[in-house]
Design a binder for this molecule. Structure first.
Ligand code: RIB
Length: 303
């Protein structure tokens, strides 16, 4: 069983600010740094650092070669990543004093994936393989359709949510990972339990993970409702916390771990990510996460 992530790769331009800029305002930033990012790239790196085996596909421009290099160094199989004579996707990210962010995306090469390329990549995968998708590339609906036709199991993190992902797409998905805002938009409901109940009614076979920041996460499927608590962390920058969660969760599920274990690993890994600056560079490896889990169990025993 193989995992393919067909996803975005971005150059993140990160500005530290006192507070996020509002409409019609101009403010000065306190610092500027450039990082590798993109929800696709971050999630592939998270799978690899969680000891999962992962292939990444997607398009970069000439300025994005370092993105491919970082994935390769992190253990991602990048044989399907292609390069075009265009500019890579980038993100303008403001991070405030509390570590919260505001992100503006320019899709660039992430929107240059044509059907022929998608079909060629998918021809290397088969029934039961996992197809991971986010919503930062062009035509995610085509990937969902083709992946489903092949019998692949689809993990969708439909972020950033827009009109390109709707009921038709969600009915083909095996795992849906959303944060509260995304869940509200897709389900048209407010409270976490209501959101999950809408998903259960509309898509009975769907396994949903609703991430709730400091309130942890909820997992819901036909036969289970599980609450995962958040691990305490000093928040420096929340960028890529959701991506880390998604990558660790699916890596653990793919290796056959019980869903409780997958949720615990994912929550612990993302608590490490928020304590560091940047996106991909802030994602921990499996050993670090296991060590933190062991230490936190030690604390529980002493209490
Ligand atoms: O999820 C975080 C990512 O969102 C950043 O790395 C940025 O590139 C945007 O895609």
């Amino acid at each position: 069983m193989k995992i393919l992530n067909f996803g975005s790769m971005n150059i993140d331009k990160v500005y530290r600010v006192g507070r996020l800029v509002g409409p019609g305002e101009t403010i000065s930033s306190r610092s500027f740094r450039c990082f590798p990012g993109g929800k696709g790239l971050n999630q592939s790196i998270a799978v690899a650092r969680a000891k999962g085996s992962i292939f990444h596909a997607g398009t970069i421009g000439e300025d994005g070669l370092f993105l491919k290099d970082l994935m390769k160094e992190s253990g991602v199989d990048v044989r399907f990543v292609r390069r075009m004579d265009t500019v890579s996707g980038h993100a303008v990210i403001q991070v405030d004093e509390k570590g919260e962010n505001g992100i503006l995306l320019f899709p660039g090469s992430n929107y240059k994936n044509d059907k022929e390329y998608v079909d060629t990549v998918l021809s290397h995968f088969e029934e039961n393989d996992i197809l991971m998708l986010q919503n930062e590339i062009n035509d995610p609906a085509y990937l969902i359709k083709r992946g489903r036709e092949k019998g692949m199991r689809i993990l969708l993190n439909p972020s950033p949510v827009d009109e390109r992902i709707g009921g038709k797409e969600l009915s083909c998905v095996t795992w849906l990972i959303v944060n509260r805002g995304e869940g509200e938009m897709l389900a048209g409901a407010k409270e976490p339990e209501e959101i999950l109940s809408v998903f259960r009614q509309r898509y009975p076979k769907l396994k949903t993970v609703l991430t709730l920041g400091k309130e942890g996460a909820l997992y819901s499927s036909q036969d289970a409702l599980i609450r995962q608590l958040c691990f305490p962390a000093r928040t420096v920058d929340t960028t890529a916390a959701g991506d880390t969660f998604t990558g660790f969760f699916i890596a653990a599920v793919a290796e056959g771990a019980p869903v409780e274990k997958a949720l615990e690993l994912a929550a612990c890994a993302s608590s490490i990510t928020v304590s560091r600056n940047g996106a991909a560079v802030s994602i921990p490896d499996r050993a670090e996460v296991e060590k933190m889990l062991e230490n936190s169990r030690g604390r529980e025993t002493q209490a």
